[in-house]
Design a protein around this ligand. Structure first.
Ligand SMILES: N[C@@H](CCC(=O)N[C@@H](CS)C(=O)NCC(=O)O)C(=O)O
Length: 282
């Protein structure tokens, strides 16, 4: 699989690069960004943190706003920021052009409903195609973790819990904790998967967590701002906590007074998340 370099910037001694590639899984051109900390090469390989962003984002939001480079450079972490949906003129969008479905809102699922099933295969893209590409083209050690924000926090939890052998640790900022039980999730899962709610369950991290074997569960860190406008209606971290309690899993759920849903919140706690992942990737 070939990559086309779009741009590169030196930052904190390492390199931020954006690439374009043809995705067989999503059947369109996809873009991602990667941060390569200083000193990584064929003889000095590094672990990878996959970052999944939230609604309306692409690969750029995290790289420009999260203030992650200094810690990633110090910790020797490669960070890959994925896009949030397939893209292109041929890719079906929300019928009304809403921000919470379609373009910029792939919800990290494999769509089964027409016309979305033609391109929206974000679960397989993040789980298989993107890591295969990263492993082929960059000096990675083979160890990986996953993190994300909001819709991307949901994606990180679902991918991490369903592939616990692949990920050393999982973290999330303000994740959509149970998409089967909130308006954003109900809209997305109906549109991508249809009306049979049984098929939704494999994309609900709270339901998955309740059935996870505590010994096989990767370490989990969740940060939530208490002034987040989406907290009660859309995010519901208490559902994750209840599932963790039920399964006997030591979820770290930190609640931070005054912080909202934005990248101001993420940038305030990203260092803690990167250190958490670096510890488990060592
Ligand atoms: N646009 C929506 C919310 C979208 C939103 O908050 N998106 C979050 C992720 S869920 C984000 O990261 N936005 C992009 C950014 O802040 O750079 C609204 O205003 O209600």
């Amino acid at each position: 699989m070939s990559l086309e370099l779009i741009s590169k910037n030196k930052v904190h001694g390492g390199w931020h690069k954006r690439y374009r590639h043809e995705s067989a899984v999503n059947n369109c051109t996809m873009t991602f960004a990667i941060y390569l900390p200083p000193g990584v090469d064929e003889s000095q390989r590094a672990p990878v943190l996959y970052w999944l962003s939230g609604l309306t984002c692409n690969d750029e939001n995290f790289m420009q706003k999260a203030a992650a480079f200094k810690s990633a450079a110090e910790l020797g972490l490669i960070i890959v920021a994925a896009d949030t949906s397939p893209r292109g003129e041929q890719v079906a969008d929300d019928k009304e052009g809403a921000y919470d479905f379609g373009l910029g809102a792939g919800f990290y699922v494999n769509a089964t409903q027409a016309p979305y099933d033609q391109h929206y295969q974000m679960y397989d893209y993040i789980n298989e195609e993107l890591p295969a590409l990263i492993n082929e083209h960059f000096p990675v050690s083979g160890k990986q973790s996953i993190s994300g924000h909001s819709m991307g926090g949901h994606g990180a939890l679902v991918l991490g819990l369903r592939n616990s052998d692949k990920f050393a640790s999982i973290s999330a900022f303000a994740p959509i904790a149970s998409p089967t039980r909130c308006p954003w999730g109900e809209k997305a899962l109906t549109g991508y998967l249809g009306n049979d709610k049984q098929t939704w369950r494999e994309y609900d991290s709270s339901l998955l967590l309740a059935e996870t074997n505590a010994e096989q569960c990767p370490p989990l860190l969740i940060s939530q701002g208490l002034a987040d406008d989406f907290l009660q209606q859309q995010l519901k971290p208490e559902l994750l906590q209840a599932s963790a309690d039920e399964a006997g899993i030591a979820l770290i759920l930190e609640q931070h007074p005054g912080y909202d849903h934005s990248y101001f919140f993420i940038s305030s706690f990203i260092d803690q998340h990167l250190r958490f992942h670096a510890k488990h990737l060592a």
